[in-house]
Design a protein around this ligand. Structure first.
Ligand SMILES: Nc1ncnc2c1ncn2[C@@H]1O[C@H](COP(=O)(O)OP(=O)(O)O[C@H]2O[C@H](CO)[C@@H](O)[C@H](O)[C@H]2O)[C@@H](O)[C@H]1O
Length: 493
């Protein structure tokens, strides 16, 4: 099959969070299985260009119709660790992707509507005929609308769309302007509830809803979250739209790319290790302490948090886990960045307050390299999310022998099994600690059990670590599930 992935992120060149990991890892898995895969991405000015090989201008003159005129674009092409990527670069005074950031601009819906339109123009003008176009998240939600309302009548009748939702919270809300810009000029038609009209704001269009309505198949990133989004408020107002389209809906658990996330061959950590040489992890722990200036205290476990600092991630519990861990005699490392000013200021204040504490380091930045060392050096990771479509940090940490303490929601509940209380898995298959409520006591009950096991029963802590390392959360299973979806939609009329 010939598959094109269209997304706003791809690790490590343009990664904000898990979306980038999934787009890269899934593409690699599909190629390993013999399919032809290409990626189309925006060409941001702040991308990690050092991770692209052979970047060159492949198409000089891509003219993308936009409002009543057209925008001149170049398409660059290069390899990102073996994946063939096309980068779209518009030359216009709007500077859509020259903002020094990926998201967070007031005209984000317009930026990504333009990107979606440019992708279709590029496919059409370069005569590419993929079997499946796999679109990700709200940024690409308008692509299937334009494909099936316009482009299919202009040489693209056989392309099918798989649409994956990584986060229901961000849906891409826009006004009528987007219709005039993209050439979807029939306002009365598109503003119907069974098409693009937002379910709650009658004056707004909803990109994610469009993706659901127009794609041939749509999914979210774990079976449990698929259920939650359909039946609870976690669907962020799209529950009705999911219900109306449920025959093409599924949940496919994310995988982790073990060529990147594997302590055996990780070039970002000083001492590689595997389950047989698990004791070597202690050397990485020392390296982590040295790098972050923590005191050398072999009798203290290191608890960590890695992730975006956002309401989704249960920031109040992340915050509480810092002081609880320190109070229990542990060390604490946090790596996270916030886009919301209130959260950013809050954690900046905590950082200033804790700066001189020899047992704590808060790194308020995005740092891919450092994240590898933390996964390898920490003993316990906390993931206290309010909701979590899949979650990759608990999957990565399992591979690195770092025990996850998670809230039992979304993909977390499908991948972490409580050492003491899991009711389905036998003891030898359990891999972490789970709590369910959103209060501090709930977090303490699980994190406390993890710390207690580390301190008082090291033999069992090691057993738990090794059981976690034995789990296979690679793309092996989910890669096949996506192929099954592609095969299914490929021959649909
Ligand atoms: N400050 C920082 N520095 C370095 N690395 C950092 C970092 N902050 C986060 N990361 C990295 O980004 C990734 C985050 O993965 P998550 O699953 O938490 O993704 P996120 O919530 O962004 O994405 C959404 O999409 C993914 C993919 O589908 C879903 O798993 C998830 O539930 C959903 O919310 C991990 O690789 C992590 O190491």
């Amino acid at each position: 099959m010939y598959i094109i992935q269209v997304a706003s992120e791809c690790a490590p060149v343009s990664k904000v969070g898990g979306l980038g990991d999934v787009v890269y890892g899934l593409s690699r898995e599909l190629e390993l299985r013999g399919h032809t895969v290409e990626l189309i991405l925006p060409m941001y000015d702040n991308m990690r260009y050092d991770h692209i090989w052979g970047l060159h201008e492949a198409y000089k003159d891509l003219w993308v119709p936009w409002y009543s005129g057209s925008v001149h674009c170049s398409v660059f092409c290069g390899w990102v660790y073996g994946r063939l990527c096309f980068f779209i670069r518009p030359h216009s005074s709007d500077d859509y992707f020259d903002r020094g950031c990926y998201y967070g601009c007031p005209d984000d819906p317009m930026r990504f509507a333009f990107f979606s339109k440019a992708v279709l123009e590029f496919l059409q003008q370069s005569n590419k005929k993929p079997d499946v176009i796999h679109c990700h998240d709200w940024q690409t939600g308008l692509l299937p609308v334009m494909l099936f309302e316009v482009y299919q009548w202009h040489g693209m009748a056989h392309q099918r769309v798989c649409y994956t939702i990584h986060n229901f919270k961000h849906q891409g809300i826009a006004g009528v302007d987007v219709l005039w810009a993209t050439g979807l000029n029939n306002e009365a038609y598109y503003f119907q509830y069974n098409r693009l009209r937002d379910n709650f704001n009658p004056f707004a269009l909803n990109f994610m809803k469009s993706g659901i309505v127009y794609s041939n198949s749509f999914n979210t990133v774990s079976p449990h979250h698929a259920w939650e989004a359909h039946h609870t408020e976690v669907g962020c107002g799209l529950q009705g739209t999911i219900r109306e389209n449920q025959e093409k809906y599924s949940g496919i658990l994310n995988g982790v790319d073990y060529t990147i996330w594997n302590p055996e061959g990780d070039t970002y950590i000083p001492q590689p290790y595997d389950p047989d040489s698990y004791e070597v992890k202690a050397l990485n722990k020392k390296a982590l302490r040295d790098r972050l200036g923590l005191q050398d205290a072999p009798d203290k476990p290191i608890v960590c948090y890695i992730g975006r600092l956002d309401q989704q991630k249960g920031v109040h519990l992340v915050h509480h886990s810092i002081y609880y861990s320190l109070g229990q005699g542990a060390q604490y490392v946090l790596l996270g960045s916030a886009t919301e000013p209130a959260i950013r200021d809050w954690f900046a204040h905590e950082k200033a307050f804790l700066d001189s504490n020899p047992d704590c380091h808060l790194e308020l930045a995005f740092n891919e390299e450092l994240s590898h060392l933390i996964y390898a050096g920490a003993d316990i990771i906390v993931v206290p999310s309010n909701y979590e479509p899949c979650g990759l940090t608990q999957l990565i940490s399992l591979k690195y022998g770092t025990v996850p303490v998670v809230r039992g929601v979304g993909g977390l509940v499908s991948t972490v099994f409580d050492w003491d209380y899991d009711e389905v898995r036998p003891k030898e298959e359990r891999n972490g600690f789970v709590f369910y409520q959103t209060d501090e006591t709930a977090l303490e009950s699980s994190l406390g059990r993890a710390l207690d096991l580390w301190k008082n029963e090291p033999k069992y802590f090691k057993q738990l670590v090794l059981q976690g390392m034995a789990y296979d959360y690679s793309w092996n299973t989910s890669g096949q599930q996506y192929i099954d979806v592609y095969e299914h939609i490929r021959y649909k009329p």
